[in-house]
Write a protein that binds this ligand. Sequence first.
Ligand SMILES: Nc1nc2c(ncn2[C@@H]2O[C@H](COP(=O)(O)OP(=O)(O)O)[C@@H](O)[C@H]2O)c(=O)[nH]1
Ligand SMILES: Nc1ncnc2c1ncn2[C@@H]1O[C@H](COP(=O)(O)OP(=O)(O)O)[C@@H](O)[C@H]1O
Length: 221
Amino acid sequence: MAARVPVSRLALLGAPGSGKGTMAHKIRLHFGITSVASGELLRDHIYRRTEIGHRARSYIVAGRLVPDDFITHLVMRELQQRGDDGWVLDGFPRTLPQAHALECERVRLDAVLCLDVPADTIRQRLSSRWIHARSGRVYNTHFNPPRNAGRDDVTGEPLVQRLDDRPDAVVARLREYRERTQPLVTHFASRGLLHTFAGTETNKVWPEIHAFISSHVRSLG
Ligand SMILES: Nc1nc2c(ncn2[C@@H]2O[C@H](COP(=O)(O)OP(=O)(O)O)[C@@H](O)[C@H]2O)c(=O)[nH]1
Ligand SMILES: Nc1ncnc2c1ncn2[C@@H]1O[C@H](COP(=O)(O)OP(=O)(O)O)[C@@H](O)[C@H]1O
């Protein structure tokens, strides 16, 4: 059974393809803490063809970050719905203004887990990532392939590649990461919240993250 941590508020920081979503999934399975994934929120809006999705699409396809106030509003609304529960933020904050917005709203973070993965590994992973568009389930032809090639395990529906996993969009996303997200490393380190986990294989990094959450995460229970 999952070991439950009563209250914990974590953020996953890392380049595109560093394994944030994969780790968030493992944290939910092992600790019962669910994630708020900013990219998934946006893709869901695009899939449902909402006005928000319409605004976000051109940024995402070009590999650019969507405007700060736009994504902050979306994530804050989601967090308000969660009330006092713990959560893992996957992909937010991604810029200094987003981190400042969390502080302004007095949203407490217990720890920021930074995934440090080399760019070559990231390019390989993203070229072999496939998703089920409706649910957001993520596969990889090498790491966690679907049971039937090209088909979602649960629905049997076809898998697709993300438009922003094309090589030119990946170059743009890695540039956005270096220029706008990496400054958060210093920001969170200065607040004593940063914990970095380096490696090229999720299954080797996960035991370190598991041990960290088991021993460090604040509990109000
Ligand atoms: N080969 C390989 N692929 C992995 C590993 N960990 C995660 N992946 C895959 O790499 C891709 C990116 O991981 P994901 O969790 O989506 O990264 P995110 O973009 O940071 O959320 C997905 O297709 C994962 O299934 C690993 O250790 N090895
Ligand atoms: N916090 C954020 N700030 C700005 N744009 C975001 C944010 N989160 C997600 N996005 C947009 O959604 C895209 C996909 O995000 P995500 O699913 O987290 O992908 P990945 O971590 O694989 O790059 C980003 O490239 C960006 O366009």
